[in-house]
Design a protein around this ligand. Structure first.
Ligand code: ADP
Ligand code: PAZ
Length: 317
């Protein structure tokens, strides 16, 4: 008998980049160079090869999941003798600050929109559910932005439940990275999409335990599929610092920017500043709250230098 019983019963299958890329099969490439240019975030070196080898196989897998999930809901409705209401297929995208969650989410949105069935895809980021700075200040949480307790978790859960249950219009607040705060009076409206992508640091957090011992629900209870974007911490820190440097020359120099005072720093001072924010807030949050949720994801994308995905882990049990 093999001594490593755990490996034999692993719920995951691990593929290297070539093994994963081969699973694209005949899934067509429906993105043009212009589409890819539009998808680029700041300083991004996203290229066609990365889309073809990494994100097209994922799009193919998601299309299988979507079809089967729809079937599963249908049999449950048949069993209950109910008329089937279409509910959105919900995908969660988790991972550290600056690992590339929003880029991954935007690529998936673009690829899914181009499936043959032409589904409508809405993308929502959980930063809209951060408490406003006023509340964070009152609760002494300004230095813990992004930690689970800095979010209105109940509102986020209600939002996802309402979308999943097919409510015609569901509203979410909006966060601005420019003002570093919730934008008063602004909201996004989600109207019964075929697919909803929910992106954020904490989307795979387990449910909270109530004081009477009961366990609540978590947003991930409503996910049909989840992706955790992963990389070594020193790489993510570098991406965070690089993005901070670029923002200094663009967004930070705008008058309404919360970080305006950083725009005039020289490169070395700005690097020190970005590193200290990373070390004080984002790194501990990654270690304490985000990394522990990685095992809950359906799929883990592991990135190396230049954001190139070099390993994929898929849950099969
Ligand atoms: N697949 C990718 N290829 C190249 N660059 C990327 C990729 N994903 C993210 N980036 C870059 O890394 C930085 C962080 O990405 P972003 O998607 O904003 O992260 P997050 O949403 O996790 O904070 C950005 O500068 C972005 O342009
Ligand atoms: C807004 C964030 C908490 C990310 O939120 P998310 O969309 O993942 O819910 C994060 O980008 C952030 O601003 N963190 C605070 C520390 C910092 O300024 O990097």
């Amino acid at each position: 008998m093999a001594s490593n019983g755990a490996a034999l019963h692993s719920p995951y299958v691990e593929l290297d980049r070539a093994g994963w890329a081969a699973l694209r099969d005949q899934h067509p490439m429906l993105l043009s160079h212009e589409d890819i240019t539009r998808l680029r975030g700041l300083g991004e070196r996203l290229d066609m090869e990365e889309i073809e080898q990494v994100y097209l196989p994922l799009s193919r897998l998601l299309s299988f999941y979507e079809r089967e999930t729809e079937q599963l809901h249908q049999v449950t409705s048949d069993f209950l003798g109910e008329r089937r209401e279409r509910t959105p297929f919900v995908i969660g995208v988790a991972g550290s600050v600056a690992v590339g969650k929003s880029t991954t989410a935007r690529i998936l949105q673009a690829l899914i929109q181009r499936w043959e069935s032409e589904p409508t895809v809405e993308l929502v980021t959980t930063d809209g559910f951060l408490y406003p700075n006023k509340v964070l200040n009152e609760r002494n949480l300004m230095a813990r932005k992004g930690y689970p307790e800095s979010y209105d978790r109940r509102a986020l859960l209600r939002f996802v439940m309402e979308v999943k249950s097919g409510k015609p219009e569901v509203r979410a607040p909006v966060y601005s990275h420019l003002t570093y705060d919730i934008v008063p009076g602004q909201e996004v409206v989600v109207r019964r999409p075929d697919v909803l992508i929910v992106e954020g640091l904490n989307v795979l957090q387990p449910p909270r335990q109530h004081s009477d011992g009961r366990t609540g629900l978590s947003v991930s209870d409503f996910f049909d599929f989840s992706v955790y974007v992963d990389a070594k911490q020193d790489l993510i820190k570098k991406w965070y610092v690089d993005r901070f440097q670029e923002l200094r020359h663009t967004a930070f120099s705008q008058p309404e920017s919360f970080f305006r005072r950083y725009a005039s720093l020289d490169d070395d001072a700005a690097e020190d500043m970005a590193e200290s924010i990373w070390d004080a807030i984002n790194a501990p949050n990654l270690v304490e709250n985000i990394l522990p949720t990685r095992g809950r994801a359906t799929l883990v994308l592991s990135k190396g230098e230049d954001h190139a995905v070099n390993r994929v882990r898929l849950r099969r049990l």
